[in-house]
Design a protein around this ligand. Sequence first.
Ligand code: SF4
Ligand code: MG
Length: 313
Amino acid sequence: TAPLLEMRRVVKHFPANGGMVRAVDDVSLQVAPGETLGLVGESGCGKSTLARLVMRLFPPSDGSILFDGTDLTTADRAAVAEYRSGLQMVFQDPFASLNPRETIGRILEQPLVVHRRGGRAERRDRVNALLERVGLRPEIAARYPHELSGGQRQRVGIARALILHPRMIVCDEAVSALDVSVRAQVLNLLLELRAELGLAALFISHDLAVVRHMSDRVAVMYLGEVVEQADRDSLWDRPLHPYTRALIAATPSTSPAARRRERLMLQGDLPSPIDPPRGCRFHPRCPLAQPRCREEAPALRRVGATEVACHLA
Ligand code: SF4
Ligand code: MG
């Protein structure tokens, strides 16, 4: 099947004091219809910039982004408007993303008004049905965001993302702000909705355990680049990149000894994306680094079912 979302050699540079931040550097990714691609990496690796590029909140510096075959970097306004309703975002902080002066019902109805979908009664029905579907009582529609718990607000955030019947959602740290006890409920709601609605998703998190739970395939980002990409189980069972191994070892399911070892490896700050290390960007932190790694950047290449950028893989 043709990909629903395709990023081709996408670059995003921002001017910053003293140079350019290479936030996203030559990234190519695909998401098939109904598929969830997980994107994992430490904060500052470019995940959120990538999400914003996909949402078209700003244009790429280079490369192209296609949704359902339409190149959004060159598309006209009508195509972009169509694309916007087909692709919706669930934000990290549900409170910051909801207008505090509007009721939940009004917040949810607004996209339908903007996109001229249905009459008043129809819109109300859609809002109520969706509230119910995300596990909220219809009375919530009369409430304001501050009257809701964090979990309820994120359910509203999800309902808002779904109100226009999108084909794909982008979730950027969608459960990171929630209490651990609420997190699993919201993740499972997302899984159910994905299956029920045949939704594709780009699921972004710094937490590999969460990404593993949610994704069919996983891409690992480091300093603006994708360093490994594979189906979920291959990535988890046979990680090829030392950075992926470190991320896996840092998850709670690993033995404490291995976790200590790997945490040591991930110690130290992420190098600055303004002036990233020469050669392999991971070399200052890599226990396997060779002289070659300091000079020569490893290209992403296929090894079995995996794509990996490491000279030793
Ligand atoms: Fe480590 Fe070298 Fe592989 Fe980079 S290319 S991850 S420095 S072994
Ligand atoms: Mg982020």
